[in-house]
Design a protein around this ligand. Structure first.
Ligand code: ADP
Ligand code: MG
Length: 471
């Protein structure tokens, strides 16, 4: 058996496996995207619209397909948004390349063309992105609210995006310059309406213990001193207590004491106001106005548990976006606008170079159109018609024209405030192209018998049975 006989077809198999992954998240893209309800082996249900979350739950074992899961995950970790886009782009790059692979074009030739196309595209994004002045606080705040709202457009909470985008921006603004993500706590308290969610300027946590007669005690103290005790007041919730102590030390100062013997002033923490408040069915402790580090807590209210979990993920996305926008203050128009502009640019560029490179860069340019195309498909629009309009508009210099999801038309998405931080798009393009190149450079999957998961005999080769499940 000649390996070389298998070589093109194995690559094609890998490419096909990636298409399957893209299929799983395709319909979730954009403001008209659908959510997925996933049920795991134990019967736990999760509703999500987030590419990374969906792929994580899919338990993908095919090695090539797993690459796409990995890039979605790293996109989530690095920029917190664009996880569906990055997966779709990578799969589409591969799809557009497949004919060349099957024709027998050397993968290294393809990889070279793709790397140079990505390089050009990223340079172009940097060139045309719009920078917003930081010195104008009001303008900056407006920009941030818009970015947060765009991130929420495609989520379950889109109906409350005004409410939540203000809250998210408020929360991020409370942090210090380094914008540490962990200083924004999100606590879910089931029950109540979504709009009853609110932001607490400080540390908030569920009251972890009570004692006889506690109802007689005052429920509010101004300028309290806080003792952080690592002593057992009550035998329960030690894990919760530990978390509370750590967060409070960071925010309020002081140091953790293991006895009540030496309560000197320097070991005590401080804050402006301590309050005990009823939130739904729970009793909460609030430490507001913490001097040491800027921290805040979002108290989420709402109905079903899955719904609140998805809300939390959506807020997390939006928080990441706002942090990015503060750090990078550079934006592009979304709704496929940036992808159409890059596509046009690369197509024009490809016409200036000869041979196969021209075709390959043309394929890259075509692949970029998957974003506006999928946005149309998900909204039930005639994608071919809209894409024709978009191509024409971009050829005439309308560089921020993208899909108008409200009117089955195209619109200047910069003016429509459909904005995204440039870094999200740069990261997505780079990661998608690198993933495609990685998959292209693999011509054989070798099975390690010791780590193999039992599969049908002989059916393992190149089918990704070689990897143990990663949990
Ligand atoms: P991702 O996981 O890639 O962020 P989303 O489901 O959040 O996927 O969809 C993001 C895409 O939807 C981006 O291309 C973004 O520009 C687009 N989008 C968001 N809001 C709008 C809108 N109001 N009109 C058109 N496109 C939008
Ligand atoms: Mg998004």
């Amino acid at each position: 058996m000649l390996i070389s006989q298998f070589f093109p077809s194995l690559l094609s198999l890998n490419i096909n496996a990636c298409q399957v992954i893209a299929e799983a998240v395709r319909t979730t893209l954009g403001p008209r995207g659908m959510d997925k309800l996933m049920v795991d082996g134990r019967g736990k249900a999760t509703i999500s619209n987030d590419g990374a979350t969906i792929l994580k739950l899919l338990d993908v074992v095919h090695p090539a397909a797993k690459t796409l899961v990995d890039i979605a995950r790293s996109q989530d970790a690095e920029v917190g948004d664009g996880t569906t886009s990055v997966t779709l782009l990578a799969a589409e790059f591969l799809k557009q390349l497949k004919p060349y692979v099957e024709e027998g074009l050397h993968p290294q030739t393809i990889i070279r063309a793709f790397r140079s196309a990505t390089h050009l595209a990223v340079k172009k994004i940097r060139e045309i992105s719009v920078t917003v002045k930081k010195d104008d606080k009001k303008e900056q705040r407006e920009l941030l609210v818009k970015c947060a709202a765009t991130a929420m457009n495609s989520k379950l909470i889109a109906g409350q995006k005004e409410f939540f985008s203000e809250m998210v921006v408020e929360a991020v603004m409370m942090l210090d310059e380094l914008l540490p993500l962990k200083m924004i706590g999100i606590k879910k308290v089931q029950g109540g309406a979504l709009e009853e969610s609110h932001l607490v300027a400080g540390v908030a946590f569920k009251k972890t213990f009570s004692y006889a007669g506690f109802e007689m005690q005052p429920k509010r103290y101004d300028q309290p001193k806080i003792a952080l005790l690592n002593v057992e007041l009550e035998l329960k919730a030690e894990k919760d207590n530990a978390e509370v102590r750590v967060k409070s030390v960071e925010a309020c100062g002081g140091s953790i004491q293991t006895s009540v013997g030496s309560m000197t002033d320097d070991v005590l923490g401080r804050c402006e106001i301590f309050e005990e408040v009823q939130v739904g069915g729970e009793r909460y402790n609030f430490f507001k106005g913490c001097p040491r580090s800027h921290t805040c807590t979002i108290i989420l209210r709402g109905g079903a548990e899955q719904f609140m979990e998805e809300t939390e993920r959506s807020l997390h996305d939006a928080i990441m976006i706002v942090r990015r926008a503060i750090k990078n203050d550079s934006i592009v128009a979304g709704g496929g606008a940036i992808e159409m502009e890059l596509s046009k640019y690369l197509r024009d560029y490809s016409r200036t170079i000869p041979g196969k490179q021209q075709l390959l860069i043309g394929a890259y340019a075509k692949a970029l159109e998957i974003i506006p195309r999928q946005l149309c498909d998900n909204a039930g629009f005639d994608a071919t018609n809209i894409l024709n309009k978009l191509r024409a508009k971009h050829a005439q210099g309308g560089m921020w024209y993208g899909v108008d999801v409200n009117n089955e038309d195209i619109a200047d998405n910069y003016l429509a405030c459909v904005w995204e931080p440039s870094i999200v798009r740069i990261n997505a393009l780079t990661a998608a192209s690198e993933a495609a190149c990685l998959i292209l450079s693999v011509d054989e999957t070798i099975k390690n018998p010791r780590s193999s998961v039992e599969g049908p005999p002989g059916g393992g080769r190149g089918r990704g049975r070689g990897r143990p499940h990663a949990h």
